[in-house]
Design a protein around this ligand. Structure first.
Ligand code: CTP
Length: 206
């Protein structure tokens, strides 16, 4: 099993990189785990209280559950991955059964902040896009897909996203084996990652 961690700031293009990587892998050889699935259960809070949560701080994430699930995968066991709603700001009642696969991809803004999780990764990737690029993408996405308005996104960016990025996310670049620049769609870097995966997989088989 090859476990790949993909970190990078909000709007850096992690999702696109993951899609590019998995595109050519057979569906039964890869599974994806998103850090977003591991936002702590906040059902005990009201909606008004939930929107005040700092979602870009490591404390918002149930890392214990993520560690537990990654260990289950390593033992060869499936697990139930929670499903998160960005509109409700909460976990939903659903889960997705996630099966152990040859290639496991874990993606999220804060996944390289956790020492135990870092150790579980065979390859650590940091996806880099400039902050103006990330803000533009974030604005477009939050308005189109996550039910937010312009003012709400900009306020959250200034008060929370930017300081949290500088404090927690950017410093984890240091732990990366590979940094992928994603100001533009990057095919070359993804091809390099793909060949590393193929190399490792064929070695593991022999
Ligand atoms: N977030 C939010 N509302 C919530 C929970 C999280 O807006 N209820 C935001 C956090 O503020 C955090 C972001 O979700 O900044 C994390 O997702 P992000 O990295 O932006 O999305 P991905 O699709 O994983 O990554 P990328 O944009 O790089 O593809």
């Amino acid at each position: 099993m090859l476990i790949i961690g993909i970190a990078g700031g909000t709007g850096s293009g992690k999702t696109t990189v993951v899609q590019q990587i998995v595109e050519e892998l057979p569906a039964d050889e890869v599974c994806i785990i998103s850090q977003d699935s591991y936002y702590k259960d906040t059902s005990h809070l009201s909606y008004e209280e939930r929107i005040k949560i700092n979602f870009d701080h490591p404390q918002a994430i149930d890392f214990d559950l993520l560690v537990h699930h990654l260990k289950e995968l390593k033992k060869g066991n499936p697990f139930e991955q929670p499903v998160y709603s960005f509109v409700e700001h909460n976990r939903t009642a659903e889960t997705v059964t996630t099966h152990p696969r040859k290639v496991v991809i874990v993606e999220g803004i804060l996944i390289l902040t956790h020492p135990e999780i870092r150790q579980l990764f065979d390859i650590k990737i940091f996806v880099h896009a400039d902050s103006d690029e990330r803000l533009i993408r974030r604005l477009k996405r939050d308005i189109a897909e996550r039910g937010r308005d312009l003012d709400e996104v900009l306020t959250r960016y200034q008060n929370t996203l930017k300081p949290m990025h500088l404090q927690f996310i950017e410093p984890t670049k240091e732990f990366a084996d590979i940094i992928i620049p994603t100001n533009k769609y990057n095919t070359v870097a993804v091809n390099v990652i793909r060949s590393i995966i193929n190399q490792k997989l064929s070695k593991n088989e022999s």
